[in-house]
Design a protein around this ligand. Structure first.
Ligand code: ZN
Length: 97
C-alpha cells in the first residue's frame, strides 16, 4: 500500500492553524530542527510547524538533554568510550547487575 508523504507546506495547510502535536489551536511556530541545536545566525529558511505554546515548550527539556548528549559525544569521545568500556567491564564481571 502506498502512503502519501506530505511536504511541510501541505502539512501546514492540513493543520489549518492547529498544533501539529495535539491538534488544539496553535499560537507558536516550532522550528525543525530546534534552534537550540543551531548556531547563530540562524538560516532564513528554517522549517517550522504550527504548535501550541504548551507543546512547543514541552520539548525544551528534551532538546536541552539531546544537546548535552551531542556535546558529550562530539567533545569527549574518548571519555565516553572509557565510560562505556567501564560499564561493559562491570556488566561482564557481574552480569546479574
Ligand atoms: Zn499542542
Amino acid at each position: 500500500m502506498h502512503q502519501k508523504i506530505y511536504t511541510f507546506n501541505e502539512m501546514e495547510i492540513n493543520l489549518n492553524g492547529r498544533c501539529i502535536f495535539c491538534c488544539k489551536s496553535a499560537s507558536t511556530k516550532d522550528h525543525i530542527p530546534s534552534k537550540s541545536l543551531l548556531e547563530k545566525p540562524y538560516p532564513n529558511n528554517l522549517l517550522t510547524v504550527s504548535s501550541c505554546k504548551k507543546c512547543n515548550e514541552a520539548f525544551s527539556p528534551d532538546e536541552e538533554y539531546l544537546l548535552n548528549v551531542l556535546v558529550e559525544i562530539f567533545l569527549n569521545p574518548i571519555l565516553l568510550a572509557k565510560k562505556n568500556m567501564e560499564t561493559f567491564i562491570e556488566h561482564v564481571s557481574d552480569p546479574l547487575n
